[in-house]
Design a protein around this ligand. Structure first.
Ligand SMILES: C[S@@+](CC[C@H](N)C(=O)[O-])C[C@H]1O[C@@H](n2cnc3c(N)ncnc32)[C@H](O)[C@@H]1O
Length: 495
């Protein structure tokens, strides 16, 4: 990978062939590859044996020179050194649309200089400019002519994250989605990011928002090997994969126009729920010291991911402090809830410690990098959930503790919901709903707030409260977790 240009080249025949088949190039088409790299998509198109008109460009002079050498024999391939996102020719093309087909693998994840961000913000007003791939998608759809087709391979985060709400609206109103595939990034040789999956999205431009919103399309998930992409392209049997059929209007009507990738009742629950977690609880992120190695420690060296952190002698730890002003002079550290918990309902031990001396508090309040955020929630009784989610999410009770920014603290507005919510957040159904609302690793409070909650009669509340309390008091999950799961499945009508 090249750090400056974020060039993960598409060295995977199944991927390039599928994408080229989705745009089905013909000799009369004007075709664009908007970030040519070393020309893998052009090669795949040329393998069709047709005489094709292909424009391509790249920001990287070496890539452009290589492309020029490589295709010097073919005058129908036009290569330009330019920035696809700022290019003035493309600005003109955007007025009425120009290309019949566009295919590509835009750069993603690259750091953008602040000046560059300002430039992009001006040009792509209202859109999220920190991610280049989403701007490439927007830009390239804008230069497609009516009925033109585009196929891109990009991370799947644009389907779910709030930052991409404006892009989803634009796509849902201006294109008919033909198909979306979602698969692990490791299908790309040499690429693997755990944060999200990759997707291939193919869309057809339309000038009719009415047609766009009435369009129905499939999202295909559950691909195990890259060869599955070939099967999909050949339209052979794919019953073993998960195919979700969605109507653009339904996606459009979802909060933030978010894609909810489920065929079953769960997507209706998310779309139509009356009460969400954010309505009945405050969901907030905790403290950041600005310098964790300098201000945090651990109780012993066996704590996970604690290499380089000091092990703090127990007599320096005040386990009972609940003051925002800092500890008594005799102590220096207090326990802090940080990182994921290996257990549900209650955390084992007080692994992490934070410097809570008066000087440290002053630092948290004044240092540029530190964030003494949501401090009115520190030491309150609530529920901690990890900010980066794994396949199974463990929610734990927080009592009299500070929590750090790796935790979302959930504080019910009505105390009587505390144990009920702790039970719910540890249930299988809550886990599924949280992953459907946002399948990426990001579990920030903004997404947790959207979790549907069903508040029920007091007798049920008491039933769950008593089961959860028993688990919390005994630390024994066997006593009740199955019953809690059963209860919430029943409540949400899931068998
Ligand atoms: C992810 S690589 C893909 C290359 C090729 N399409 C492939 O699939 O193998 C992205 C390419 O985009 C180019 N690039 C990055 N930013 C660009 C920009 N703003 N305008 C044009 N090209 C850009 C990089 O130099 C790189 O060659």
């Amino acid at each position: 990978m090249d750090n400056v240009y974020r060039s993960f080249y598409t060295k995977n025949n199944y991927i390039t062939k599928y994408m080229v088949s989705m745009i089905a190039p013909t000799p009369s088409d004007k075709i664009l590859e908007p970030c040519g790299g070393d020309g893998v998509f052009i090669d795949t198109m040329l393998e069709l044996g047709q005489s094709l008109n292909i424009d391509t460009c790249d920001l990287n002079i070496e890539a452009v020179e290589t492309l020029k050498r490589k295709y010097s024999y073919n005058e129908k391939i036009k290569i330009r050194l330019t920035d696809t996102l700022m290019d003035e020719v493309f600005d003109r093309y955007a007025e009425n649309g120009h290309y019949d087909k566009i295919v590509g693998n835009p750069p993603y994840g690259g750091w953008q200089e602040y000046d560059r961000r300002d430039e992009l913000k001006k040009k792509y007003n209202g859109f999220y400019v920190k991610e280049t791939y989403s701007l490439f998608l927007l830009r390239c759809v804008s230069i497609l002519r009516n009925k033109g087709v585009l196929s891109f391979i990009i991370p799947d985060t644009f389907l779910f994250l709030h930052n991409h709400t404006a892009l989803r609206k634009y796509l849902l109103e201006n294109t008919k989605i033909k198909e979306i595939l979602i698969f692990p990034s490791k299908f790309f040789p040499g690429v693997s990011f755990g944060y999200s999956n990759l997707s291939i999205i193919t869309v057809e431009k339309t000038h009719s928002t009415h047609d766009a919103l009435n369009n129905t399309f499939n999202v295909i998930k559950g691909l195990k090997v890259d060869r599955d992409i070939e099967r999909i392209g050949l339209r052979s049997n794919i019953d073993d994969l998960e195919t979700i059929t969605l109507t653009q209007r339904d996606v459009y009507n979802n909060e933030h126009h978010a894609f909810i990738l489920s065929n079953d009742i769960l997507s209706d629950i998310i779309s139509n729920c009356e009460t969400k977690l954010g309505d009945i609880a405050e969901c907030v992120t905790g403290i950041y010291t600005g310098n964790n190695l300098g201000y945090m420690g651990v109780v012993d060296a066996s704590v996970k991911n604690s290499k380089d952190y000091p092990v703090v002698p127990v007599d320096l730890i005040d386990f009972n402090c609940n003051s925002l002003q800092g500890t008594d002079e005799a102590y220096k550290y207090i326990p802090i809830i940080k990182s994921s918990s290996s257990t549900k309902y209650v955390r084992i031990g007080n692994d992490w410690l934070i410097d809570w001396s008066k000087d440290a508090i002053k630092h948290y309040n004044t240092d540029k990098k530190a964030r003494f955020q949501n401090s009115s929630y520190y030491f309150r009784t609530g529920i901690g959930l990890p900010m980066v989610k794994s396949s199974k999410i463990n929610a734990t009770l927080m009592v009299n503790r500070v929590f750090d920014q790796s935790i979302v603290g959930i504080f019910p507005k009505d105390e009587k919901h505390l144990y009920f919510l702790l039970g719910f957040l540890n249930s299988d159904i809550a886990n599924k709903l949280i992953h459907l609302i946002n399948p990426t690793a990001n579990n920030s409070s903004n997404y947790l707030k959207k979790l549907p909650v069903i508040l029920t009669v007091d007798s049920d509340l008491e039933y769950i409260t008593s089961l959860v309390k028993t688990i919390v008091e005994t630390g024994n999950i066997d006593k009740g977790h199955d019953k809690i799961n059963e209860y919430f499945n029943h409540l949400f009508n899931i068998e």
